[in-house]
Structure formats: structure tokens, C-alpha cells
Design a protein around this ligand. Structure first.
Ligand SMILES: [Zn+2]
Length: 296
């Protein structure tokens, strides 16, 4: 079974303008794809991402299941459609494809009581297996005020995916450093934490923590940013990651964010075929490790 551990889905009003502008400008500059000065909200590719589209991409690429990660930027700037409606929608999408799509929650822990209320709501209704957090919104994961959040995560047995690396616009990139997860990994040895994108520019942090914490995992999404131009870098990064993480690496794509530059199907093919590890290890990368975490 091939599992993509990192995909996104949204409707335009679910993200605040400042985030859309910050994240899309590099893509829009790529090919001068459109006139930023008018109506960018409806014109850019993937301004809305629907489950039908994801399932189609998965089928073409031979991916069996995907983990959907809502992103809560509402503590940075309130979008037109708020965090609860966004998560509701992602769970509804999941219900339409129960054998293919696995929704996680996306809730900013600094929402305090509201975060706990939402987590309990989804837990009682859907029993999601995980939650995505985004420290560059403006928090360190170890902050004392977040203790009730982490207690709840532990009690619900959730997997946590934490963004790491490049962050744009109003976001505070430094807060995404994996090293800031160290006190949490230590305090909650039963909570499995996945550092997104190997940690990106901060991947040395991930590898520094790896020997100390068995509950630390990482995903290789966004590596395809080096493709098609520099496949050697991708292979080198994967080999480096295996040398520190062993089998604690999860396949991921960050779909649909890279599809314009390097097609999803090609990325899946690359990971299925390129010679960067043994076939046994590749099986665990592509789904075995995630199945163990999800208990499926
Ligand atoms: Zn992502």
C-alpha cells in the first residue's frame, strides 16, 4: 500500500490574503502565469483544491491513500472561512472517499480552549489519527501555555505533523526549527511527531534529535522542488535522511503545491524507482512506516 503522508486541500476563502500572496508569488513569477494585479483570487491554478481532483491524481500515480492536512493560519490573519468550517469541510471530503483519504485536523495550538474544543469535537465524531501544526504562525512548541494542547494530543493518541523550513510573508520561519520540538519529544515519549520536509533548511536539527528520540519521524515532501533539474540532490538528501532516521521517514508530496513545477505522478515514480535504498526500506518509506503509525 502506498500512502502519501502530506497533501493539502482548500477552498480560496479558507486562507487569509497575506498567506495566499506570500505563498503564491514565487509560483506566479515562475512563468509569468497571470496578471497579479487583477483577480488573482480566481485565476491562479489550484485556487481551489477538491477531493475529486486529488483522487484522480492518486489513481494516475498509483497512490492508495493520502493524508489531508488542513492549515490553520487564522491566528495570523482571519480568513473569510474560519478554522472550524475548514476542518469540517476536510472531514466531509474524507467521508466521500473513506478508503482513499485520511483527514487529519489542522488547528493552531495557541487557540487555547478553542483548540481543545475543536479537537474534542472531531475526536468524538471522526476519531482522526493526527493533527497538523504550524509553529511559524508565532509559537514555540515547548511553550508552557501549550501544555493543555500537548496533554490532549497524548490522551487522544494523535500523530503530530509540524511544519519545518521555508516560511513566507508574515510567518516566523525560525520558530519552525525542529530543535524547538526537543522538550516536547522528551516530555511526551508516546506522542509521535513528524517533522515535515525533513526539516528543510533546518534538517540538521532533525538529524541531531534523531538518535535521542524514537518518537521523532520526518517526511520527504517538497524534495521534488529540486526536480527535474537536480535529481542528484534529491537522492543525496534521501540517503542522508536514511542514515540518520533509519525507517522513520514518511513518503509525502505536499500536493498540489509542486505539481506545476514537477508533476505529482513523476514524483511518485521517482521515489518508487530511483536507487537510493533497498526495496525493503522503500516499502516502509512508501507506506509501511505510516501504516504502523496509523495502526492500519
Ligand atoms: Zn505542506
Amino acid at each position: 500500500m502506498i500512502i502519501d503522508g502530506h497533501v493539502h486541500m482548500w477552498l480560496r476563502p479558507m486562507y487569509p490574503d497575506s498567506i495566499i500572496n506570500a505563498y503564491l508569488s514565487p509560483w506566479l513569477e515562475l512563468g509569468d502565469l497571470m496578471d497579479m494585479s487583477r483577480d488573482k483570487e480566481e485565476n491562479f491554478p489550484f485556487s481551489e483544491v477538491h477531493p475529486e481532483s486529488l483522487v484522480e491524481y492518486m489513481e494516475r500515480a498509483g497512490v492508495d491513500r493520502s493524508i489531508m492536512l488542513p492549515l490553520d493560519f487564522g491566528t495570523v490573519e482571519e480568513p473569510k472561512v474560519g478554522v472550524e468550517a475548514y476542518n469540517d469541510w476536510v472531514f466531509k471530503c474524507g467521508e466521500r472517499y473513506p478508503d482513499k483519504l485520511i483527514p487529519f485536523m489542522g488547528i493552531d495550538p495557541t487557540r487555547g480552549e478553542m483548540a481543545l474544543r475543536l479537537m474534542r469535537k472531531y475526536h468524538s465524531k471522526y476519531e482522526p489519527r493526527g493533527i497538523k501544526i504550524y509553529p511559524p504562525n508565532g509559537f514555540y512548541p515547548y511553550e508552557e501555555r501549550l501544555r493543555p494542547f500537548w496533554d490532549e494530543v497524548r490522551d487522544m493518541g494523535l500523530i503530530v505533523i509540524s511544519h519545518a523550513g521555508a516560511s513566507w510573508g508574515p510567518l516566523d520561519e525560525e520558530k519552525s526549527r525542529p530543535i524547538h520540538l526537543s522538550p516536547v519529544l522528551e516530555r511526551y515519549p508516546d506522542v509521535n511527531i513528524i517533522v515535515a520536509h525533513l526539516g528543510g533548511k533546518y534538517r540538521a536539527d532533525t538529524y541531531q534529535l534523531a538518535p535521542h528520540f524514537d518518537n521523532l519521524y520526518t517526511d520527504c515532501s517538497a524534495l521534488q522542488g529540486w526536480l527535474p533539474g537536480e535529481p542528484g540532490v534529491v537522492i543525496e538528501r534521501l540517503r542522508e535522511a536514511f542514515s540518520y532516521m533509519g525507517d522513520r521517514i514518511i513518503f509525502g508530496s505536499d500536493w498540489p503545491l509542486f505539481d506545476m513545477a514537477y508533476p505529482y505522478e513523476s514524483w511518485c515514480c521517482f521515489v518508487k524507482e530511483q536507487p537510493f535504498c533497498s526495496e525493503e526500506r522503500r516499502d516502509r518509506l512508501l507506506g509501511g512506516t505510516m501504516r504502523r503509525l496509523l495502526k492500519i
